[in-house]
Ligand binder design. Structure first.
Ligand code: ADP
Ligand code: ASP
Ligand code: MG
Length: 412
């Protein structure tokens, strides 16, 4: 008898009809004799709706209360699915993060899981009850509700699979697996039957939201067999596997678009030791993730200092940097959220010269200006103006011969 964790994303539980359909699928798996635990996201749009209500009251609600509010989306959905399963004659029970308890650190809005005891869930499973766990949420040691970051229900599911030593973790969503680029942006993207944890982690970290990056990290660490499937019926799916189990690799395996990026520039910063530290350390203290950093060559003892951060942190970061700007005597601070990051990801980058040049040429061919560049062993990222983001993805995808030649299949 296998133990399967199934996670259903927002679009899969968008309405009561969708929830009924999910319940029928769950029941079918259960009737086959497998043990099954479910993780659900909030119904599609619900998290954004809750967030916009809080923002109507204030643009900067406290992170603690925001978490408390957003966790109710998953709570509602878990209870509705449990009620539906019960109405169909199954035994089911919903669980919130704090009832398991899924313990996290206290970094509200992007908490990390510290511990997940299994006794509550094991007891339910042993009693032939289907546990329906509210994803995306946890609880701190002192009882505050936390959330795991947008898209975090995937991470709840993988954490559950790891803790319960499940045979597999199935992520049900609105696409039938992982593609070489977001199929909703790039109609010629190719379906991947398998992708390595490592490449998937890079793609997820750079904007491929089909899986939450932390879920891939956990799956790799605990060797959780992870599969992405469609909850809308398709024969196709994608397994996330170890590097050695992926047969063949091209130089670039995927192209991503990250929309949650903004940049902050400090103009005419005195060029002396300690300045970069002074600018960035308040951001580190506030747990704001700084990504690309550029400092121009200094002229007359002054330089411009530019970096990117998630747009969700822009307001907080601008305030902090503005204070430093005054302290260090910078001329002015500029904030820009009209940008996106396009990345080409591939394990072949480090061993193949000319990959970056090819990416830059493909953007030039479309007359797209590159505002910032960063590279690592596995990726090349370019910041471009937001309105060119999707075009840039398609151009880079094509340049690396990733386009599916069978366009009848995917062209819209
Ligand atoms: P869920 O609500 O089920 O968690 P998400 O919206 O978080 O679903 O993730 C699924 C979406 O991820 C797809 O609709 C697709 O637009 C997007 N996506 C981005 N990059 C990729 C990719 N490389 N392959 C497949 N889907 C992708
Ligand atoms: N409901 C949360 C979100 O919209 C978590 C998730 O869907 O995984 O981000
Ligand atoms: Mg998601």
């Amino acid at each position: 008898m296998a133990l399967i964790i199934q996670k259903y994303g927002g679009t899969s539980v968008a309405t009561l009809d969708h929830i009924r359909r999910v319940a029928m699928g769950v029941a079918l798996t259960k009737e086959k004799g497998d043990r099954i635990a479910i993780v659900v996201s909030a119904m599609s749009g619900q998290t954004d709706h809750l967030l916009s209500m809080a923002n109507e009251i204030t643009p900067s609600p406290s992170a603690r209360e925001q978490d408390s509010l957003l966790s109710t989306g998953e709570q509602t959905c878990a209870a509705l699915l449990a009620i539906t399963l019960e109405s169909m004659g199954h035994r089911a029970k919903s669980f919130l993060g704090l009832q398991l308890p899924l313990l996290t650190d206290n970094v509200h809005t992007r908490a990390r899981i510290l511990d997940l005891p299994t006794d509550v869930l094991t007891r339910a499973l042993d009693d032939n009850i289907i546990p329906v766990v509210a994803g995306f949420q946890g609880v701190t040691e002192d009882g505050s509700i936390t959330t795991l970051g947008r898209g975090g229900s995937d991470t709840t599911a993988v954490a559950l699979a790891a803790a319960l030593k499940a045979d597999r973790c199935e992520i049900y969503t609105d696409v039938d697996g992982v593609y070489t680029a977001d199929p909703n942006i790039c109609p010629r993207s190719r379906h991947l039957e398998k992708i390595s944890y490592q490449v998937m982690l890079e793609l997820a970290g750079l904007g491929a939201k089909v899986l939450h990056a932390r879920s891939v990290e956990l799956a790799q660490k605990y060797q959780v067999p992870l599969v992405v499937k469609s909850s809308f019926g398709s024969e196709k799916f994608t397994w996330i596997v170890n590097e050695e189990d992926v047969m063949e690799y091209s130089i670039i395996q995927g192209v991503t678009l990250e929309k949650n990026v903004s940049k902050i520039s400090l103009i005419r910063v005195p060029d002396r030791p300690g300045i970069a530290y002074k600018i960035l350390s308040p951001l580190a203290d506030a747990s704001i993730n700084v990504d690309m950093i550029i400092q121009n060559a200094s002229i007359d003892g002054f330089a411009d200092f530019t970096f990117t951060i998630p747009t969700t942190d822009l307001e907080k970061a601008s305030k902090l940097v503005d204070e430093v700007a005054a302290e260090i005597g910078a001329l002015e601070m500029l904030a820009d959220n009209n940008i996106v990051k396009v990345s080409a990801v591939g394990i072949g980058i480090k061993t193949n010269p000319g990959v970056a040049a090819k990416m830059f040429k493909s953007l030039w061919d479309e007359n797209i200006n590159i505002e910032m560049i960063s590279t690592s062993e596995y990726r090349i990222s370019c910041v471009v103006e937001e309105k060119y983001g999707e075009l840039a993805v398609r151009a880079v995808h094509k340049a690396f011969d990733l386009d599916n030649s069978d366009h009848s299949q995917t062209e819209t």
